[in-house]
Structure formats: structure tokens, C-alpha cells
Design a protein around this ligand. Structure first.
Ligand code: PMP
Length: 376
């Protein structure tokens, strides 16, 4: 139609690579049970809500001033959190924070990707790796996975040797499949990426650990030691139950932290964001208690879906990929008709469900049971 933003957009002098493309858009539908965007179903506990109010009130008294540009107090608290929970000590200088790990990834691609450069990821994986690459003018290369969604190390090595990417993404646990990546695999890919770019200063390997707190396996944080081109990306959107906060962070060699300062907007992290994140970090133990419950619910979803004769990919995240359906989109719609929103990531035959509260997961399992019966 005349006023549709898409047709009007095409009349604008936008960049060629953006023409005809659609933005990231998980449906935000108003249904009773929403298990589609890997959010934490638990609202922040009241004592934390009050602590946020206190910290934000204090920050508000200074809003006439720009925030701490280097977010030192917050980065120090994040370094302490990583040191305590990820089995490896990191310092403030090794940690950088931004508005969600999406912004962390964008800053990394602005610094290490860009026009004339390429990034490679193993698909299906988090779609924003490709979209942020495009947005930063970085060429995107789709690398292979095995049928069980693990990374085929030999095929991955071959893809890296062939395409010689400047940036390699390894998502562990992987979204949307839930697959954790072993340390040995990451090391093999790191070596391959450095060897392929031996003519330059090597290639950046980004390990996206957005969901690692839900994993059966420990964080790969220790791998950054002695590997200046290895970056670990994290977020408070999932385990901390704070998707609305928009706080992501990275851990890497201090030189990487220096490098992203070249592209970050000055004062990118508002005082309100910094105050809120600091309050949440004070309540880490309570929030990790919710994570433990969600891990149990995730394992229950896996077991119950298998009992319904669904195929389920082993999951180390707060979501589960299940199938196999001849027409996954029709099943998605049928589950939605029962009041439960899950995600169709476009992986043929598969759908993804986020672990919710026990009641939400029961509603989801009831819906699947009903849908399988309707369709049998
Ligand atoms: N990485 C992965 C693998 C994700 O699934 C997500 C969120 N869906 C993000 C990064 C980005 O999260 P945020 O920007 O909220 O930190």
C-alpha cells in the first residue's frame, strides 16, 4: 500500500545491501504463554527492584552529567562475577560492557570486520551474527554443521581455510539448537583461523556465551588466556533475567577492550543502565537460584517432549529445539492456536521453545500433546 514503510523505504537512497531486506523481528504477540524469545520467565525479585530504585535515584541526582564513559565500577563488578562463576580470574581491563551483547557484537564487527572483510558462523545459529555483519558492511559466510547440529571440526577447518574470514563466530550454547561447543573444538577453530590469516595479525574468534549459565558445561572463559584474538561475549538478558535492561559484556585481552573504544559512541552506556546493572549484580546469588530452577525445567521439557515421540536436540541453554515436523510452521501455528507462542527459526522441520515457569511449560506440553493428536 501507499504508506507501507517497505515501499517508502525502497524510494530512499539506502545502502544497496539493505535494499529489500527485513529487520530482525521475532513476533511480539499478546498471547497467554510466550516462550519464543529465550527470556527468563521470572520477574526480578522485589528486594532487587527496590535496590534498583535506590541506585537509579542516586544516579538521577547526577543526570546533568555524562555517565562514566569507561563504566569502571560496572566492569569491575562484571569481572568479579566472571571470576567467581566462570572458573578463571579476569580483571576490569579485560572486560567491556555495552547495551546488550548485540551492541558488543556490533562494536567488535565495527572494529574487526567492516567493508572488504568477512565474518563466518556455523549455521543454523544466532541470526543477528549475520545481520550485524551486514549492518556493519562485513561480508557473511555461512559455515557448515553436522546433522545433529554439532560443529564438524574438519569441515569447519576447511571452510576457514577456504574463506580466510576476519571474524569467526562460535555460539556456545548455540541458539537455536542448544548445542554446547567443546573447548577442543574452539581451540581447533582458533588455530585454523589464525593460520588462515597468518599474512595479517590473525582473525578474531568470538565465542558467544549468551546462555552459558544454563549449560551442563563450564564457561570457556579460561581459553582467552594467552589468546589475544579470542573474545567471549556475555549478557545479562538471560541468566540475570534482565532482557529489558540491555546489558551485554565481553571478556578478552585488554588490547581488545582498547580496540573497541575506537568505535564505541562516547557515553554509550547511560548512568541509569550502569546503576541498574550494578544493583542486579548485587543479587547474583538469588538470580542464579532461578537459573538452577530453569535448568531443571529445561531438562524436564527435553524428557517430556521425547516421551511424546518428538525429536529433541540435547540442550545446554534455556530453550529446546524439537521436531521433526513435515510442516514446522503449521505446527507452530497450531501450538499458537492453543495459546502458546514458540519460535519458528526457519530451521526446516524444527521449532524452539524457551523454558518458562513450571505452569507455562505444562501449558506448552499440553498444547503439543493436543496438536500431535489433532494432526495424527
Ligand atoms: N547472543 C545470542 C546467542 C542470543 O541468543 C542473544 C539474544 N537472543 C544475544 C546474543 C543478544 O542478547 P542481548 O543483546 O539481549 O544481550
Amino acid at each position: 500500500t501507499k504508506n507501507s514503510p517497505v515501499s517508502r523505504m525502497d524510494e530512499l537512497p539506502i545502502r544497496d545491501e539493505l535494499r529489500g531486506k527485513s529487520p530482525y523481528g521475532a513476533p511480539q504477540l499478546d498471547v497467554p504463554v510466550r516462550l519464543n524469545t529465550n527470556e527468563n520467565p521470572y520477574p526480578l525479585p522485589e528486594p532487587l527492584v527496590r535496590r534498583i530504585a535506590e541506585r537509579v535515584t542516586e544516579a538521577a541526582r547526577h543526570l546533568n552529567r555524562y555517565p562514566d564513559r569507561d563504566a569502571i565500577e560496572l566492569r569491575t563488578a562484571l569481572a568479579a562475577y566472571l571470576t567467581r562463576t566462570a572458573g578463571h580470574a579476569v580483571t576490569t581491563e579485560q572486560v567491556w560492557a555495552a547495551n546488550g551483547s548485540n551492541e558488543v557484537i556490533q562494536q567488535l564487527l565495527q572494529t574487526f570486520g567492516g567493508p572488504g572483510r568477512t565474518a563466518l558462523g556455523f549455521e543454523p545459529s544466532y541470526s543477528m551474527h549475520a545481520l550485524i555483519s551486514r549492518g556493519t558492511g562485513t561480508g557473511w559466510i555461512s559455515g557448515p554443521r553436522n546433522d545433529d547440529f554439532t560443529i564438524d571440526v574438519e569441515a569447519a577447518r576447511a571452510a576457514i581455510a577456504e574463506h580466510r574470514p576476519d571474524v569467526v563466530f562460535v555460539c556456545s550454547p548455540n541458539n537455536p539448537t542448544g548445542t554446547a561447543v567443546e573447548a577442543d573444538t574452539v581451540l581447533a577453530l582458533y588455530e585454523a583461523a589464525q593460520a588462515a590469516r597468518a599474512d595479517t595479525a590473525g582473525a578474531l574468534v568470538v565465542v558467544d556465551e549468551a546462555y552459558v549459565e544454563f549449560s551442563h558445561h563450564p564457561s570457556l572463559l579460561r581459553l582467552i588466556e594467552g589468546r589475544p584474538n579470542l573474545v567471549l561475549s556475555r549478557t545479562m538478558s538471560k541468566a540475570f533475567g534482565a532482557a529489558g535492561l540491555r546489558l551485554g559484556y565481553l571478556a578478552a585481552d585488554p588490547a581488545v577492550v582498547d580496540a573497541v573504544q575506537l568505535v564505541r559512541l562516547p557515553y554509550h552506556l547511560s548512568s541509569v543502565t550502569q546503576a541498574t546493572a550494578l544493583a542486579a549484580l548485587e543479587h547474583t546469588d538469588t538470580l542464579l537460584g532461578y537459573v538452577a530452577q530453569l535448568k531443571g525445567e529445561r531438562d524436564r521439557l527435553v524428557a517430556e517432549l521425547r516421551a511424546l515421540d518428538c525429536q529433541v536436540v540435547a540442550s545446554d541453554a534455556n530453550f529446546v529445539q524439537f521436531g521433526l515436523f513435515d510442516d514446522a510452521h503449521a505446527v507452530w501455528q497450531a501450538i499458537l492456536d492453543h495459546g502458546v507462542l514458540v519460535r519458528d527459526n526457519g530451521v526446516p522441520g524444527w521449532l524452539r521453545v524457551t523454558a518458562g515457569t513450571p505452569a507455562e511449560n505444562d501449558a506448552f506440553l499440553d498444547a503439543v500433546r493436543a496438536v500431535l493428536k489433532e494432526r495424527s
